[in-house]
Structure formats: structure tokens, C-alpha cells
Design a protein around this ligand. Structure first.
Ligand code: IMP
Ligand code: MG
Length: 181
């Protein structure tokens, strides 16, 4: 069987650790947004698994929406050019928005998304990312909820891709050298 697991050099964050951390973040969100009905905006495609596990662990009433942007092409370095592929549908005027993204690398995508969301005049905007690479930031960026801070290396799985593959790995892993083309 041509299993994608064979392409993984090492498991970086396993499923149990991911779920444990997601429970911690959701508890914090439950407290921070008590009495509110936030709008959780998932950034496609990378954030889809994180968002689905996260919202199921939050007990507040909330709305879910999605935005799709492209910033990377299929390589492993940031272009800095962000394009909206799918806009939000929910009216976020006066709402409390939580942006959910897979990873912050240079920070350029998140900064763009945050500015874009603020233009719709929400009451508040917070950012929630599964992974953060602080050493890779090209701008000053405050992230409100961070799953894991990681070193500056390329990871795949649990939503994150390399050339559109590996998003369905249930863990975060590092690819074998020979799998980069
Ligand atoms: P930034 O604009 O440089 O912060 O890039 C953020 C986007 O690049 C993320 O939403 C991912 O789609 C992608 N990205 C950055 N680092 C990685 C990685 O290690 N693996 C997979 N995708 C990544
Ligand atoms: Mg992304």
C-alpha cells in the first residue's frame, strides 16, 4: 500500500498532544467569550481540521464561517502576496470574531486577514493559530491563542500540506527530504 505515513521522517506533534492542547484553548475561549456568541472564521484550507476539533470542544453558541486565501503556491516559502479566494458570508458588523488559522510563518497572511476583517467593523477580533514559528515572523504580530510554538522548519499534516498532499495526516509531521520535489 502506498501509505503517506511512509513519507514522514518524524512525528512532531502526535494526535493525543494535539487534542490535549485544543481542549486547553477551547476552555480559555469558553471563559473569554462567556455570554457572547462569537463568529469563528476558519482559514481554508489549512485550518479545516483544527477548526473542526476546536469548535466541537467549545461549548458556547457560535457561528462558523470560512475564508480562503492563497499566499504560497505549492512551494515551502512565503510569497507575501495574499489573494482572497473565498470571502466571508456572515455579516460580522458588531460581532466578536475569532480567526482560526493553521500556522503563522512570516505572519503576512494573518496580518492581511486581520486587517481585512477589521474593515467589516466587528466589535472585536482575536486570532487563534495551531502552530506559530516565532523565528520566521517578518512583522510584529500579536496572536491571542497559540497551540504550539515551533522552530523554523516545514511541517505537514492535520490540515497542513506540501504541494496539496498530507493534509489528512492525523498528526503533525516532518517530511523526508526525498519527498520534496
Ligand atoms: P505566512 O503568511 O508566511 O505566515 O504563511 C502562512 C501560510 O503558509 C499558512 O497558512 C500555511 O498555509 C503556509 N505555511 C507556512 N508554514 C508552513 C509549514 O510549515 N507547512 C505547511 N504550510 C505552511
Ligand atoms: Mg493557511
Amino acid at each position: 500500500m502506498n501509505s503517506m505515513h511512509n513519507d514522514i521522517e518524524a512525528v512532531f506533534i502526535d494526535e493525543a498532544r494535539l487534542q490535549e492542547r485544543i481542549i486547553e484553548i477551547s476552555s480559555q475561549i469558553n471563559k473569554d467569550y462567556a455570554g457572547k456568541v462569537p463568529v469563528v472564521i476558519g482559514i481554508l484550507k489549512g485550518g479545516f481540521l483544527f477548526l473542526s476539533d476546536l469548535v466541537r470542544a467549545i461549548s458556547l453558541p457560535l457561528e462558523v464561517d470560512f475564508m480562503a486565501i492563497s499566499s504560497y503556491g505549492s512551494g515551502t516559502t512565503s510569497s507575501g502576496i495574499v489573494k482572497i479566494r473565498k470571502d466571508i458570508d456572515v455579516d460580522i458588523l458588531g460581532r466578536d470574531v475569532i480567526i482560526v488559522e493553521d500556522i503563522v510563518d512570516s505572519g503576512l497572511s494573518m496580518e492581511y486577514i486581520k486587517d481585512y476583517i477589521w474593515k467589516h467593523k466587528p466589535a472585536s477580533v482575536r486570532t487563534c493559530v495551531l502552530l506559530d514559528k516565532p523565528e520566521a515572523h517578518k512583522i510584529d504580530l500579536d496572536i491571542d491563542y497559540v497551540g504550539f510554538e515551533i522552530s523554523n522548519e516545514f511541517v505537514v499534516g492535520y490540515g497542513l500540506d506540501y504541494a496539496e498532499l498530507y493534509r489528512n495526516l492525523p498528526y503533525i509531521g516532518i517530511l523526508k527530504e526525498e519527498c520534496y520535489t
